[in-house]
Design a protein around this ligand. Structure first.
Ligand code: NAP
Ligand code: ZN
Ligand code: ZN
Length: 347
């Protein structure tokens, strides 16, 4: 066991504060990663504050991790010391079930071991996330990061990137299609960049009027201020796909109305309380309402390679660990531009 410096919470109401956690001795198939950067996802806030149900404490969040490999177990093949590496939202799964075999480990039928607030496959050892100076984890669940990329801007791809890439690919976004993105935060700004990189015409629906200029800079063609109902009229039955990233419950009807017949609204935002949806919003136009959870390791690697090729990285505000609490408050207010990333040197 190794003692590692970290930042985490001791209860649902405590601040994120310095603490020490234990990382295991590397097993034959483990790599040890010295963390350089870790993104701040809204899921960190939902989890650490027990908004999705009671969390286990101490809780060290962080699942947008990038760093350098400092040690490799003797069976490790994918990595050598000095390689850049990434860890996303999960660190293990059974490896044998239908979902694991289909490279969708996030839906493992036995157990997906999430990067934090989870237990290892033994059912008891707690997992701790990336607000820490290092992580020891199975190489199979670690992503390769190409040399020469802006590592701090790559970190958010490990969750915000894959969570938006996966449904854009699944629903076959291609050149000329019209994609709507609801909510311009961490996930939303990646959805804009990725949909644009896939050739789509992007429309942002935002509750923040002051984000219009940014939305266009990020690659959106159109901006709809969603607090004014009359602004939706021009978008009736216009969109091929919508990705909804909003972190609080809201009425889905105005967004469903923007979909073409048979088109799909994908929920990736995970509000702790239910959204409203009227049957009428779906039946008139055979609209589809679905959800999506991050993506498997194979698809995450594909996304990282796509982003490296297309030079798609997150727009970030780099913060020190002592600023995490302040960053949470700004994220909740929708004031993040567009992802906070913790510099692990400051932990
Ligand atoms: P974020 O950076 O806080 O972005 C959420 C955006 O939602 C805000 O920027 C804001 O955009 C909009 N919003 C916030 N409060 C609102 C309100 N009261 N009414 C309407 N819109 C509001 O969060 P994130 O990190 O992108 O995460 C978004 C959600 O996705 C969270 O619930 C998170 O847990 C979830 N998530 C899901 C997955 C998955 O696999 N499905 C993965 C990661 C995260 P505007 O200012 O533009 O309105
Ligand atoms: Zn996340
Ligand atoms: Zn499995």
């Amino acid at each position: 066991m190794k003692q590692v410096k970290a930042y985490g919470a001791t209860s649902a109401t405590s601040l994120i504060q310095p603490m020490t956690i234990e990382r295991r001795d590397p097993r034959a198939d483990d790599v040890v990663i010295a963390i350089d950067y870790c993104g701040v996802c809204h899921s960190d806030i939902h989890t650490v504050r027990s908004e999705w149900g009671p969390a286990s404490y101490p809780c060290v969040p962080g699942h947008e991790i990038v760093g350098r490999v400092t040690q490799v177990g003797k069976k490790v093949k994918k990595f050598k010391i000095g390689d850049f590496a990434g860890v996303g939202c999960f660190v293990d799964s059974c490896g044998k079930c239908k979902s694991c075999k289909a490279n969708e480990e996030q839906f493992c039928e036995v157990k997906t071991v999430f990067t934090y607030n989870s237990q290892e496959l033994d059912g008891k050892t707690p997992t701790f996330g990336g607000y820490a100076t290092s992580i020891t984890t199975k190489e199979k669940y670690v992503l390769k990061i190409k040399k020469g990329l802006p590592l701090d801007r790559v970190a958010p791809l490990l969750c915000a990137g894959i969570t938006t890439y996966s449904p854009l690919r699944r629903y076959g976004v291609k050149k000329g299609q019209r994609v709507g993105v609801v909510g311009l935060g961490g996930l939303g700004h990646m959805a804009v960049k990725l949909a644009k990189a896939m050739g789509a015409e992007v429309t942002v629906f935002s509750t923040s009027l002051d984000k219009e200029k940014d939305a266009k800079k990020l690659g959106a063609k159109n901006f709809v201020y969603s607090k004014k109902p009359e602004n939706f009229a021009a978008w009736t039955k216009k969109l091929d796909l919508m990705i909804n990233t909003v972190s609080v419950d809201h009425d889905l009807a105005p967004f469903l109305a923007c979909l073409k017949i048979d088109a799909t609204l994908v929920l990736v935002g995970a509000p702790p309380t239910p959204n409203q949806v009227s049957a009428f919003a779906l039946i008139g136009g055979r609209k589809k309402l679905t959800g999506s959870l991050i993506g498997g390791i194979k698809e995450t690697q594909e996304m990282l390679d796509f982003c490296a090729r297309k030079k798609v990285f997150s727009d970030i505000e780099l913060i020190s660990a002592s600023q995490i609490n302040e960053a949470y408050e700004r994220t909740i207010k929708g004031q993040v531009k567009y992802r906070f990333v913790v510099d692990a040197k400051t932990i």
